[in-house]
Design a protein around this ligand. Structure first.
Ligand SMILES: Cc1cc2nc3c(=O)[nH]c(=O)nc-3n(C[C@H](O)[C@H](O)[C@H](O)COP(=O)(O)OP(=O)(O)OC[C@H]3O[C@@H](n4cnc5c(N)ncnc54)[C@H](O)[C@@H]3O)c2cc1C
Length: 401
């Protein structure tokens, strides 16, 4: 809800930006229709005299009206990001358990072609919002679209990937609707509270030393962001079908506060990122304190068609970029092979590598905690072991030719 203060000058700037026509002028002042207002806050940002105030109330919802497990299907430049299929995989499980529909929300410009992919990953229904205002991501436009859809269709849960975009969009939607939000979940399940099925959201807390279970019993929808690569997508099935519902939600350019001048792709765009690679060779403080020391890891990564990752101190020492950091405050990864060299295995690192299929650890300290998690451990000096490993792999490869 919003309130209009006495300082309103009746300039009418708020009237055209309201996506649900909840504002009109009466007696030269703006008035709000409380039934229609969806608390999106777009009008607040355009008022030149700050006469519109949001009233953020976490109202106790009438839960009987809320149904449907929604996932936000993130796309960039017309390509679906992996978080969408991953969330659909977990969403299917949750939706079946509560007996509700699984729906995906797709927002962008010319994105309708992505609906087939979302269908194949298990969505029962897909809401599509398209328009010029959605070409590039903006907090204001995308929040308006999500808030409008949620207010109209009333899902019981909405899940977002904990990507850069999801970490911006989800709190903005939660703020506008006065909802709770559990950020960065690594686990989602259903539990019963007072005979009601609610979403149990699990995430690391207190520096990763404990896993916290969180519920939002008083508001709907329940909302969470989920770490990329933690949930497993279903195998795509092209024979699946889904209802596609197109919504037009215009957003006035005046309501968008940011202007995108140029979209820069990451510098190392040819190189596969740590959270997408099948093979990740990670180096920690034991590798050394300059870029040259990491060369042997790079060479191994090239041989194994993988990529190099690192622990946090390596980023803090400006040796590798933050995009390479694996762990709680870096990337969560799930490669086929994780080779981890000179990393002690602090809990904040281990929390990011649980999804790895095989872990090979190299460390000179036999008591290093990383060995507790490793499938194979090599105790010794990595500077001696890695060149031997590299030459063995090269020999094997050339004998296979
Ligand atoms: C809120 C918070 C978030 C954090 N997030 C992250 C995160 O996302 N990712 C992360 O990695 N850390 C994170 N950390 C830091 C984490 O607690 C550890 O400090 C960090 O992981 C340690 O990095 P390391 O293992 O490279 O270094 P160290 O702990 O110093 O370990 C170096 C290891 O190398 C071994 N070694 C040394 N020389 C050799 C050699 N020649 N051959 C073989 N082994 C050798 C040593 O035996 C040792 O085990 C976070 C911390 C906090 C508080």
């Amino acid at each position: 809800m919003i309130t209009i203060k006495d300082s309103c000058i009746g300039c009418e700037k708020c009237i055209p930006v309201c996506p649900v026509d909840a504002l009109k002028i009466e007696g030269k002042l703006a008035v709000v229709d409380e039934e229609l207002c969806i608390s999106c806050g777009v009008c607040v940002s355009v008022c030149p005299v700050n006469a519109i105030e949001p009233v953020l109330m976490a109202k106790k919802a009438d839960f009987s009206k809320y149904s449907g497990v929604w996932i936000y299907a993130e796309q960039h430049a017309g390509k679906l990001k992996p978080s969408g299929p991953e969330l659909l995989g977990k969403g299917r499980e949750l939706a079946d358990e509560v007996g509700e529909e699984l729906c995906a929300v797709l927002i962008g410009k010319d994105v309708n072609g992505l609906t087939d992919e979302l269908k194949s990953y298990g969505a029962d229904k897909i809401y599509v919002v398209e328009g010029d205002e959605y070409k590039d991501y903006s907090t204001e436009a995308y929040t308006t679209a999500m808030v409008t859809l949620i207010s109209k269709y009333k899902p019981s849960m909405v899940l977002y990937g904990a990507t850069h975009l999801g970490r911006d969009l989800a709190p903005s939607v939660a703020g506008h609707l006065g909802l709770g939000l559990t950020a960065d979940c690594t686990g989602l399940s259903i539990t019963e509270v007072e005979d009601r099925k609610v979403l149990l959201q699990t995430r690391p807390a207190f520096g990763g030393n404990v896993m916290a279970d969180i519920i939002c019993p008083n508001t709907r929808p329940q909302m969470a962001t989920v770490r990329p690569h933690v949930m497993i997508p279903l195998e795509p099935d092209d024979s699946k079908s889904a209802d596609v519902i197109k919504e037009t939600i215009p957003v006035s350019p005046d309501a968008i506060k940011t202007e995108i001048i140029e979209v820069l792709e990451p510098e190392d765009s040819e190189e596969v990122s740590v959270d997408e690679a099948d093979v990740v060779i990670t180096g920690g403080r034991g590798v050394g304190n300059d870029l040259d020391s990491f060369e042997i890891l790079e060479e191994l990564a090239v041989l194994l068609k993988g990529t190099v990752g690192c622990s946090r101190p390596i980023v803090e020492a400006d040796i590798l970029s933050k995009s390479k950091q694996v762990g709680q405050s870096g990337k969560t990864i799930s490669p086929e092979l994780y080779m981890v060299c000179g990393v002690s295995g602090a809990v904040q690192h281990r929390v990011g590598i649980r999804g790895s299929k095989y872990i090979i650890a190299i460390n000179k300290d036999p008591k290093a905690p990383i060995f507790d998690m490793a499938d194979f451990g090599i105790i010794g000096d990595l500077h001696k072991i890695l060149p031997i490993l590299k030459s063995k792999i090269e020999q094997k490869k050339s004998s296979e030719k």
